[in-house]
Design a protein around this ligand. Structure first.
Ligand code: BTN
Length: 327
């Protein structure tokens, strides 16, 4: 038995209540001195644990160390996150997840990192991923979806992430078609789904859903080109969300949305939150630049634009690489 892991699990399960040294020693079948040593060792790893002479130990509300045990303690999923790897640092969790998936990693395998050194966004952009501030998480899925349903994965993931963020911070979270989450008009989250298609591109072998969320204040870690565009949950709401709880909440909601994706019911929630709808926009679709009025989202999660001649164009995320609001 790993004393530190069991200690963390027990503290997480107590939901902020103190657990006495004697109780911990009995539960873990070690001496009280061994409990104290394990607490000190966890603190050295960056966990914030409070101790009070007559009460024992509790995990502090402002603990900001990401951990598999703390995420697992809040999971209610059947498969997502049941194989969970938490890394201090990696180049890109999507790259790790893709490598594991091509080696046969199970449906639901999740990689979370505290920091990414080469975080990737859409269109070959980088995703700024400093330590201690965000969630950088990739989920391997192997659903038996046809290709049409696979095209809905990113929008379903956006709804799951928006609901999870909203449940923790209380503020309204909007979705900017197709994969960005916004609070107060600023981007706090991006999603990058990468898929491996099977024989003759007829089925989905696996997909990796990569979710990057700016949780705590970003300070000056954003480049000047993102100032005024990107922000964090804390910047916009003042709330310091618990990163472990947020990871678990996203996985809980993502599993539900993926299981129910073929009903397309989540699209109602997507439409309710969609940011471009009703606005005059400019969309880059391949070599074309389209000017039009964003009318809504269709049953395949495409953006519907009314062009100046009154015709409607349904844009898929594959063909439209950039949509912005006309000033
Ligand atoms: C975007 O905004 O264009 C998408 C950003 C996606 C970032 C996440 S962070 C976890 C995963 N790993 C990556 O390298 N990218 C995704």
């Amino acid at each position: 038995m790993n004393v530190k892991k069991e200690l963390l699990k027990t503290l997480a399960a107590s939901d902020g209540a103190y657990v006495s040294g004697a109780e911990l020693a009995e539960k873990l079948d070690v001496s009280r001195n061994a409990v104290w040593k394990a607490v000190k060792s966890l603190e050295a790893e960056g966990y914030t644990i409070e101790s009070a002479a007559s009460k024992g130990y509790r995990l502090s509300d402002d603990n900001n160390r990401l951990s598999a045990e703390l995420i697992e303690s809040k999971l209610s999923t059947a498969s997502l996150g049941r194989s969970l790897i938490v890394l201090d640092e990696t180049e890109s969790t999507n790259s790790v997840a893709k490598e594991l998936a091509s080696d046969g990693a199970a449906h639901g395998t999740v990689i979370v990192a505290d920091k990414q050194t080469m975080g990737r966004g859409r269109l070959g952009r980088s995703f700024v991923s400093p330590s201690g501030t965000g969630i950088y998480m990739s989920v391997v899925i192997r659903p038996d979806f046809d290709i049409e349903t696979a095209a809905l994965i990113t929008s379903a993931a956006a709804v799951a992430a928006a609901e999870a963020v909203e449940s923790l911070c209380g503020n309204e979270v909007q979705i900017k078609w197709v994969n960005d989450l916004y609070i107060n008009g600023r981007k706090i989250c991006g999603i990058l789904t990468e898929a491996s298609l099977g024989l003759e591109m007829k089925f989905l072998e696996y997909a990796v859903i990569g979710i990057g969320i700016n949780v705590h204040c970003l300070g000056d870690s954003l480049g000047s080109e993102l100032l005024g565009i990107a922000a964090s949950i804390e910047d916009e709401t003042g709330i310091k969300a618990d990163r472990n709880c947020l990871c678990a909440e996203i996985l809980n909601r993502l599993e539900y949305q993926l299981e129910n994706i073929t009903s397309r019911k989540y699209l109602e929630e997507y439409r309710r939150r969609e940011y471009l709808t009703g606005k005059e926009i400019i969309a880059n679709a391949g070599s074309e630049t389209l000017y039009g009025h964003a009318v809504g989202i269709d049953e395949n999660a495409n953006l519907i634009i009314e062009l100046p001649d009154g015709s409607l164009r349904h844009l898929s995320s594959g063909e439209a690489n950039l949509c912005r609001i006309k000033k």
